[in-house]
Design a protein around this ligand. Sequence first.
Ligand code: DAH
Length: 339
Amino acid sequence: MKTRIAEYLKDVESFKASTLEQLEEFRIKYISKKGLIPGLFGDFRNVDAADRKEMGQLINHLKTAVQEKIVSLKDALEADTSTQESGMDLTLPAMPTLGSRHPLSIVRNEIIDIFSRIGFSVSEGPEIEDDFHNFSALNFPPDHPARDMQDTFFIEKNPDIALRTHTSSVQVRVMENSQPPIRTISPGRVFRNEAISARAHCIFHQVEGLYIDTDVSFADLKQTLFYFAKEMFGEDTKIRFRPSYFPFTEPSAEMDISCNICGGKGCNICKYTGWVEILGCGMVDPNVLESCNIDSEKYTGFAFGMGVERTTMLKYQINDLRLFFENDLRFLQQFDASH
Ligand code: DAH
């Protein structure tokens, strides 16, 4: 009898259950009416009087071990709700889910696509720029107040090294390294020391455009941007130009498109004007051409620069620019992965 009890005890101590059903079987095996422990108590009647005390203690010890085992395994199994209650099979292979492209990438790619159809190439430049490429070559004189238009993150002073404040710096690099005809767009990240809000961020994206050749006129600029607006926002889109100022273009303009939300009737997106601002542009100032070793007597050109965030907000009716940087899946999953 002693060896039987020892075997049972070994079995009880090493027992493990991965489901409540297995645990119930264990309980029935040992302590149900016809279980092993009541069986031991039955046999106890035949034990010699001298051994009774020891045998009684051994059986009781075994019984306690079984009861403790049941309580602890039950607690552990019930705590593991992931497999028990949700019915989830954790051994299944992962479902293949397709990622979606970020809305800013979708729109940047679309801008590139639209301009490449009319012969524009893509060029890129560094995000860390010197003063010459970000300001001086673009006709910002030293200490000119126009430099304050863009709150710059400086990395070093004298000579100045900064995070570029616009992708116009890439214009300069392209012109330095090639001769007209030049037809290029430059997408990229830009940086400005601005407070973050629904309408502004310290990091954002622009696409710069540049076209230099003989006899390029403002009419070419208008037609090119009119084509762009219709491709991007729909065939019925209208454009208008308002006079503006940029040091690197003369004359300069800002272009508006007819509000694509209300169709020009007036709504809170266009502040009831029927128009929304979309980009800055103008004829490249001869000083800029000369800074980049291009003969301003022979060549003329136009340039434009647009914000990718702004264009995306208009296209998808997004009202807070911060959404682009939060990476909230509920926002990102709304954009089609096929672009
Ligand atoms: N660089 C300007 C900005 O960041 C945008 C711009 C305006 C670019 C007019 C141009 C231009 O090329 O002609 O605000």
